[in-house]
Design a binder for this molecule. Sequence first.
Ligand SMILES: NC(=O)c1ccc[n+]([C@@H]2O[C@H](COP(=O)([O-])OP(=O)(O)OC[C@H]3O[C@@H](n4cnc5c(N)ncnc54)[C@H](OP(=O)(O)O)[C@@H]3O)[C@@H](O)[C@H]2O)c1
Length: 258
Amino acid sequence: MKDPFEKVNGKGIEILKKNGINVSCGILENECRDLNKFFIKYVTKKLPYVTLKIAQSIDGKIALNNFESKYITGEASRKAVHSLRSEYDAVLIGKNTALKDNPSLTVRDIKGRDPIRLVIDRKNTLPAILNLFTDSNHDKTFVITGKSTAESKANKYLIRMSDDSKEFRIKDILKLLYKFKLNSILVEGGSKLFSQIIKEGLFDEIYFFIAPVIIGKGISPFDSIEINSLKEKEVLLKEGITIFENDILIKYRKCLQE
Ligand SMILES: NC(=O)c1ccc[n+]([C@@H]2O[C@H](COP(=O)([O-])OP(=O)(O)OC[C@H]3O[C@@H](n4cnc5c(N)ncnc54)[C@H](OP(=O)(O)O)[C@@H]3O)[C@@H](O)[C@H]2O)c1
């Protein structure tokens, strides 16, 4: 495929051709695009690539009503998640997930690079005892917070938005992350954050890890979305299915209307 980066965009091909080298373009183009998907989004849209990762029961729940969610999916799925994390520059979660799950968001079950950990906490009130702030990777945790939020002892690194609004626009967060040269973000919940990203249309892929367990009443991944007509439903494009022991991973892509 042709490199879409404006400083390159065909110039290398021209140089090769001028020097008598045969160049063919578009061979296995879709595979090339998939391989370079983070880079393509980063240079063409000037935004990071965003994948939502959801671990849910067969009846579509990501946690019980009492917020318990560890662990809905099995060991093989969790290993696959660690592998996925290692491919992304950063993992992003909402404040409630940090509080309720106290996750580590590291790559432990396989050998691989730990991503940067981002948590949205507009008032910077998360407790200092959380794994995100105390484990050996605490230097990789950044709190996305308001313009004038006070610093806290919990964390060293704050990413400040340009305002103190109650709900930051996801697009503004992504623009900031782009400026920090983060080209791929794996969003790991929870329901409020997933819902906002869908509502703002700012995801590229969604990975549903589905376990054969029935939870009944509980929290679903998009509880904060409410539509009044099926015409407004979010339609996804299936990319593929992988089996992890008893669990199924279904990968979906955003249905592009452009
Ligand atoms: N199975 C899974 O895949 C999975 C994954 C993750 C979490 N979970 C479960 O999901 C539950 C938590 O989900 P949740 O929906 O309650 O919470 P959440 O999405 O983790 O966090 C929501 C909170 O984060 C802050 N926040 C998020 N986006 C923001 C924005 N754009 N601007 C400003 N603040 C923002 C807000 O905090 P303030 O309102 O306090 O400012 C908001 O109330 C837990 O039970 C957890 O176990 C399950």
